[in-house]
Design a binder for this molecule. Sequence first.
Ligand code: GUN
Ligand code: ZN
Length: 438
Amino acid sequence: MSDLALRGALYTLVNDPFLNAAEDCVVYESDGLILIRDGLINAVGDYGKLKDQMPNDIETRVYPDAIFLPGFVDAHIHYPQVEIIGSYGTQLLEWLNKYTFPTEAKFNDREHAQEIADFFIAELLRNGSTTASVFCTSAPGSVDAIFEAAGARNMLILAGKMMMDSHAPADILDTASASYDDSKALIERWHKRGRRLYTVTPRFALTSSPQQLELAGALMREHSDVRLQSHISENLAEVARAAELYPAQKNYTDIYHHYGLLNERAIYGHGIHLSEGELRTFHETGARIAHCPTSNFFIGSGLFNIAATKDAARPVTVGLGTDVGGGTSFSMLRTMSEAYKMAQLRGISVTAAQSFYLATLGSAEALGIHDRVGKLQASYAADIAVLDPRATPLLTLRADVAETLDELLFALMICADDRAIQATYVAGELVYERDDRI
Ligand code: GUN
Ligand code: ZN
């Protein structure tokens, strides 16, 4: 891997602006330099201060009109659901039965899985997302497919086999013991191979027997650095069904807690309808939430309360996820826009810094990978999204009147999408470049 220097404006969050003053969280350089060596950021900062450290023969790429961001981190997404994005007219439980389960059965075919996995990885990169926490299907081959596709790009991808042994069609069900054995074999095959990380993935309490949740807990205890992802409290009918299936537990959160599935390695999608007591349990156990606003609007699930979740008295770590195919876009910019609107409906106006935090460092913290991605900082991976603030005529007009950086970034996160991603770098390699031919 050869050295590389990138010159242009750069913007990165280094702290959580929900819990700290914005000036302690944001680093911005209007003329910045990122020096890359062996896939890592070797030095980053003001060009004038750093230019003397540049080796004479280093290849330098200048992006005069762009802003470098850390690559987006999508904290919750389902790769097998790309084909059902935008499916009409249902709420969660009917949506799962009518669209999701039939499409997931197609992944019993390894070739189909590879075709969609390759498409999916390319689509992430087109949107400037360099890392994602990915749900596969119950077929172990679906995990092989996504990890192979991610490995070809040297991406940090977290993924796992869906554990689901109840209340779904037979062709996508496993059994408790088979899900344990398959997950264990997949951990051995993939966990920490290159940048890949395995994630134990019980779908949710409605499709797992008590024995299966017990075994998911055993996998977490036996593999001390493996992460867990699942769903919680997305839809009111789901919450009611969880209570029927697990009557001994006092609420939905306690179901997962009972089986040892709530800790700082666990991230749960949605968490819209959690009570104060449940949020407190999340805080106390260190479990995290992936906020997925485009999905919540589209499936009609409800309005996540970001302010209650980030309450400084008992903050819960939150990341941002697209939740494709319940979610309607791969773009983390569009996802930030919908998160803003959802908070508005709760009477809260999230700032640009808070939004960019959620989409980068916040998601990295929620996934426990903030020691290596989510920031533009020395020793971090050179995973970079190159943002073009003038990607369309409308964005150009808007950028021309923006008087402050905050104003520009806010308008971008509200109005921009994949067209504003000029290029994407993973581990210092250019893996996507927008085609600007007219
Ligand atoms: N809850 C359980 N499975 C799913 C899923 O695939 N998508 C969403 N949005 N919620 C779920
Ligand atoms: Zn989901």
